[in-house]
Write a protein that binds this ligand. Structure first.
Ligand code: C2O
Ligand code: CU
Ligand code: CU
Length: 537
């Protein structure tokens, strides 16, 4: 099986070289850097000669990764990395280029659209883009083996197969995803479809995307990544400032009407427990893979890195000039213990004093309630919309649909400060026999976040597990228990507190190839808590 894998992989590489990989000479790169954005992207000839694809895109997009300076805090600008883009052919509103601080343009795609994205890396590190949540062929999925270097491009071509929902894109080079995403590389990707547009949901400027991230800055307003060394690698990078859409102290004026808020946790490692500060319930209408069947009222919702949540917010319920804050509450005891390296208050061998010493840098937000964003309600009356009782019917997929009664089990553990999946770490091309899935199969995958071996050998940790290529349904969950889970609807990332287990069910289609599943705590993923699986005929 190994030699077959190798053959297949070298075949892929050739294919990439011929169709998707364009190298420019040093001189050409030096030339590019001197050109301003617009003239360069007009010279489409750069790509034309190398292409021999029959793919006919409905929309053709140029996207580059560059370094920039943006104002985030008062005082000096912050050095960031950013995606910038432009629509070359097709509807110009496909990219929302309105000011987004360092975030990339928001993609607005329609189900069924054929999209080409010509990505150019103008950063001095290898990188590749992953379209989180989308069903795309494996060569379009941004696997780390596909990275391109400075001055090289990668052309993505895919049809939008996903249902309407809130997806996102970010880098995926092995070992550097955390650093690159932290430096600013991320963007929102919204898919719409007919089913969704037929519903009376808020649209236009009443449909807001909120990308939540935490960051740590030095005195010169520059981003600081992993000052805690090994402890940050183990816990994941936690900042002490919350940014929403790249802004600190985020606040927005809203009118007295209904809004659809699409919340994306694009933080490296921080789990939020979202709530309104006035105690009203969050009205959840969607999760990772789009709308759920009917609105759910939740006191608070846990949102881990990679996950999305859509909420309905009716600001007409507030008096004029009043405000309301979206906050994050302290995490459940089990989670905050795990996230900070575990065992606060003497759970296990180490007491708090010892952990405090080991931790080095403590996160200011630990165990606190903090503000994510303020909504200031103005006197303008917004659209009068009533929350629908029913959203969209979802395809039923139950345990009985699984192709065989067997369950694929993945044990998550933390040993020697490294996250492991079934005791293994990531290897670029490696696929174990229990990581081969048949095309079209409906399978149950079980993740178990083990805390059995206490002490340094297995520290309790929070692991948001993400599977590429599919959207799944959560079948059941056991362990600690918390009412902040939002497991409804189609998901691609699922949170596991220490000691918890989850079973999910997915259909592995329509593409064969090499895909990833991993912990979306980015430092865990970069540290090797990631594996390939291969979908085969
Ligand atoms: Cu958003 Cu493989 O990740
Ligand atoms: Cu993904
Ligand atoms: Cu993890």
């Amino acid at each position: 099986m190994k030699s077959k894998g190798l053959q297949q992989n070298s075949g892929e590489r050739m294919y990439i070289d011929r169709r998707h990989f364009i190298k420019w000479t040093g001189a050409a790169i030096a030339g590019l850097a001197g050109l301003s954005f617009t003239p360069f992207i007009n010279s489409q000839a750069l790509w034309g000669a190398n292409r021999e694809s029959s793919f006919e895109p409905d929309v053709d997009i140029y996207l580059e990764a560059v370094s920039r300076q943006v104002p985030i805090l008062s005082g000096p600008d912050t050095d960031v990395w950013s995606y910038r883009g432009k629509v070359l052919v097709g509807p110009t509103d496909t990219l929302d280029l309105s000011d987004t601080s360092y975030l990339g343009p928001t993609f607005r795609l329609k189900k069924g659209q054929k999209v080409r994205i010509r990505f150019l890396n103008l950063l001095p590190y290898d990188t590749i883009i992953h379209w989180h949540g989308l069903h795309v062929p494996d060569l379009m999925d941004g696997h780390p083996r596909l990275v391109v270097g400075l001055g090289s491009s990668y052309t993505y071509e895919f049809e939008v197969l996903n249902r309407a929902g809130t997806y996102w894109y970010h880098p995926h080079p092995h070992g550097r995803t955390g650093h690159q995403l932290y430096s600013g590389l991320a963007g929102v990707l919204i898919v719409s479809d007919k089913e969704e547009t037929s519903l009376p949901l808020p649209t236009g400027d009443h449909d807001l995307s909120l990308v939540i991230q935490d960051r740590l800055f030095d005195q010169n307003n520059q981003l600081v990544y992993m000052p805690g060394g090994m402890m940050d690698r183990m816990n994941g990078m936690l900042g002490d400032r919350i940014l929403v859409n790249g802004r600190a102290n985020a606040s927005t004026d809203v009118d007295a009407g209904a809004y659809r808020l699409r919340i994306i946790n694009a933080s490296n490692a921080r789990v939020y427990r979202l709530a309104w500060d006035d105690g009203r319930p969050l009205i959840v209408i969607g999760t990772d893979g789009g709308l759920i069947e009917r609105p759910e009222h939740k006191e608070d919702v846990l949102l881990s890195p990679g996950e999305r949540l859509e909420i309905w917010a009716d600001f007409s319920r507030y008096p004029v000039d009043a405000g309301v804050r979206l906050i994050s509450r302290p995490l459940p005891e089990a989670a905050s213990g795990g996230m900070r390296g575990g065992m606060r208050g003497g759970r296990g061998m180490m007491g708090r004093g010892m952990m405090g010493g080991m931790m080095g840098r403590q996160s200011r937000l630990e165990n606190e309630t903090f503000t994510i964003m303020r909504f200031k309600v103005g006197s303008v009356t917004g659209p009068k919309l009533d929350l629908p009782d029913k959203l969209t019917p979802l395809e039923r997929i139950t345990r009985a649909d699984a192709d065989n009664s067997s369950v694929r089990r993945f044990t998550l553990s933390m040993a020697h400060m490294q996250g492991l999946i079934n005791g293994r770490v990531f290897a670029m091309q490696e696929v174990a026999p229990d990581e081969i899935v048949h095309l079209g199969a409906t399978e149950i995958w079980e993740f178990a976040n083990e805390v059995s071996g206490m002490g340094m050998m297995n520290m309790p940790m929070v692991h948001p597990m993400h599977i590429h290529a599919v959207q799944f349904k959560v079948l059941n969950r056991w362990g600690v228990g918390h009412n902040g889970y939002m497991d409804k609807g189609w998901k691609d990332t699922v949170l596991l507190l220490p000691g918890e287990g989850v079973q999910v069910i997915a259909r592995f289609a329509p593409y064969t190839g090499l895909y990833l599943y991993h912990c979306h705590n980015l430092e865990h993923g970069d540290g090797g808590m990631m594996r390939n699986f291969r979908i085969v005929l």
